[in-house]
Design a protein around this ligand. Sequence first.
Ligand code: ADP
Ligand code: MG
Length: 238
Amino acid sequence: MSGIRLDKVFKRFGTTEVIKGIDLEIEDGEFIVLVGPSGCGKSTLLNLVAGLETLSSGTIRIGDRVVNDIPPRDRDIAMVFQSYALYPTKTVRDNITFGMVTRRVPRAEQDAAVDEVSSLLHIDKLLERKPGQLSGGQRQRVAMGRALVRKPDVFLFDEPLSNLDAKLRIEMRTEIKKLHQRLGKTIVYVTHDQIEAMTLATRIAVMDNGHIRQFGDPETIYEHPVDLFVAGFMGSPP
Ligand code: ADP
Ligand code: MG
């Protein structure tokens, strides 16, 4: 079981306070979308959950563990970035299994895992190619495959579709939604795209300037925004 809970989370870079006291409780299996304008602190918040940044103060729990002092690799999470972050000189197969190789997972188990995720993500014909021989959408599928083979309880996505063209974005959005329904894992997904938020989320957290302005299900956020900022950002009817 892996919900996520943030209590009074603050993050400063030098003297600049970027996350200003966030409390957030995410249930196991939810699909939470963090939305908000560029620079409001979405990536920073996700990086704090991932352990890629350290808290200035507050507590983060994943499942029943306080993870403040637990390094990223021991947090039972996998992260997918906008930039894919694939190894350019390795094949798709080796990109997907990289983490398993370093953990000395037996070869047969690696092959089975690659078979499973590559058919799930429709990249089974691309396994011997290098990232440079793939389209943007295919690269993002490989990045997702690499996250999936780790079988974490929690997935963190930071604007995974923003480098894709509109058609692919919609296609991948549908795929990600299906994956969530199928796997039932907890997902925290960052985007600045309101439509993406509305279609994917079980609950949306609208962020502004280091705060969460509103946290609720998509219909409530859209139809009953708590203030003009949320209304304006979500394009709610007047
Ligand atoms: P978002 O993902 O919502 O666009 P970020 O979390 O990337 O926003 O950034 C929030 C703010 O924190 C921005 O003003 C950004 O410049 C600042 N920031 C992010 N990372 C660092 C860092 N490593 N050092 C200093 N400032 C940072
Ligand atoms: Mg960001």
